[in-house]
Design a protein around this ligand. Structure first.
Ligand code: SF4
Length: 402
């Protein structure tokens, strides 16, 4: 049975945790020019004692939902040895109460993937996401080693190891300005690569990345290019045999199919306790994972405590928690009052609001105009077109025109 959290902590977190983001190390072996991670030169690693504190706090306080995705990320996870993960997975399994299902995920840059990692991934049923931005000329502009060398060939080699082992994978493709003119080239590249799902991230202004090629004075032009890009991607998703799913399209369709559509008040990034992110040293936070490790000029350190010494969930009286929570909540309420896309987006991502607007209680950002508003318009227009096509008078059978 789940133990009740102490009365002075925020008990509303109980049973809500669906995503546990764990930073095994802040270190990354690459130096991508749009990276938001502030400490990617730091090679320190989470100790198993810190992980034990995470597990104890999360599971004994009854924070977990019935299914929890554990994402090993926020540095390059494959720079940590497999032996460490074997112990870490066993530790979490020991603490996980019956009735809670843990699913492990890694989001990797792919360059260290090989047959030994594939054996480990298969044995432990780890879900894999690989970051690759499309064809080599595009990927290598941004995703480089510390010596400035492109990494595309290494990533494709890593993906080939996954394919040889029969391991399904999704890809995250970061869109920069130069991507937007090449939807067919990017689509064809991924169709040949074979992911189960293609996820488009836009180059974001957040944390350590203070600029984006998609932000700037020519906003209307960029948004037009983005809409044209997504329109072409949706056109290429032939309904009969799409080569992969596209996360952004799936999202809109899933939200529309949700029986609770129109009644939800927030999403996993802006409702406290649905995501918990823990840094290598035990510092934890909630809301957008990208906020972990950030010090904001106005709000101070955005970590809410450390699992080694502080309660999780945080104390209700904690000044830093109250300020974050209340400001995020105000942002959500403003979004709900002003934005016609609210029921699809549910108030956006606090990390992007802070990165672009300097506050959690703002509303519209470049990030949401592209990834929520433009995508919704494109997908809804495609659904309208499909409906029109079904209602249109049937064309004569091709054979009758011969
Ligand atoms: S699309 Fe932007 S403005 Fe609208 S609800 Fe989402 S974050 Fe708020």
């Amino acid at each position: 049975m789940r133990r009740r959290a102490h009365a002075t902590v925020d008990e509303s977190w109980c049973g809500r945790l669906e995503l546990l983001v764990l930073q095994p190390t802040p270190f990354c072996n690459l130096d991508c020019d749009y990276c938001y991670l502030p400490d990617r030169d730091d090679t320190r690693r989470m100790s198993l004692a810190t992980l034990e504190a995470v597990a104890t706090r999360v599971f004994q306080a009854g924070l977990a939902a019935n299914e929890v995705s554990v994402i090993w990320h926020a540095g390059e996870p494959l720079t940590v040895p497999r032996e460490w993960y074997a112990e870490a997975f066993a530790l979490l399994a020991r603490h996980c109460p019956p009735g809670v299902r843990l699913r492990h995920h890694v989001q990797t840059n792919g360059v260290l993937l090989d047959a030994r990692w594939c054996d480990f991934i298969t044995t432990h049923d780890v879900h894999v996401g690989v970051s690759v931005d499309g064809p080599a000329w595009l990927h290598d502009r941004h995703r480089r080693t510390r010596r400035g060398q492109g990494t595309h060939a290494l990533v494709v080699r890593g993906i080939e190891a996954l394919r040889q082992a029969g391991i399904p994978f999704h890809v995250i493709c970061v869109l920069t300005r130069e991507s937007l003119a090449r939807p067919d080239e990017i689509f064809d590249f991924f169709a040949a690569l074979g992911p189960s799902c293609l996820c488009f991230n836009v180059e974001e202004v957040e944390a350590a990345n203070g600029r984006s090629s998609l932000a700037g004075p020519d906003r209307a032009l960029i948004e037009g290019e983005f809409r044209a890009f997504m329109t072409r991607v949706v056109e290429r998703l032939s309904p009969s045999a799409p080569p992969f799913r596209v996360r952004e399209v799936d999202h809109v369709v899933q939200v529309l199919r949700d029986p609770a559509y129109g009644t939800r008040r927030g999403n996993s990034q802006n409702e406290p306790g649905r995501i918990v992110s823990v840094a290598w040293d035990g510092t934890y936070g909630t809301f957008s994972p990208e906020l972990l490790g950030i010090t904001d000029g106005r709000l101070g350190r955005l970590g809410l405590g450390n699992v080694l010494v502080d309660p999780l969930p945080p104390l209700l009286g904690s000044e830093s928690y109250r300020r974050q929570r209340d400001e995020v909540r105000r942002g959500n309420e403003r979004c709900r009052a002003t934005c016609k896309y609210f029921d699809l987006c549910l108030g956006g991502a606090p990390a992007n609001k802070l990165g672009e607007l300097g506050r959690f209680d703002g509303t519209e950002t470049m990030f949401c105009r592209l990834t929520q508003q433009a995508v919704a318009d494109v997908v809804l227009a495609a659904l309208d077109d499909m409906g029109d096509a079904r209602r249109a008078p049937q064309a004569p059978h091709a054979a009758s025109r011969e």
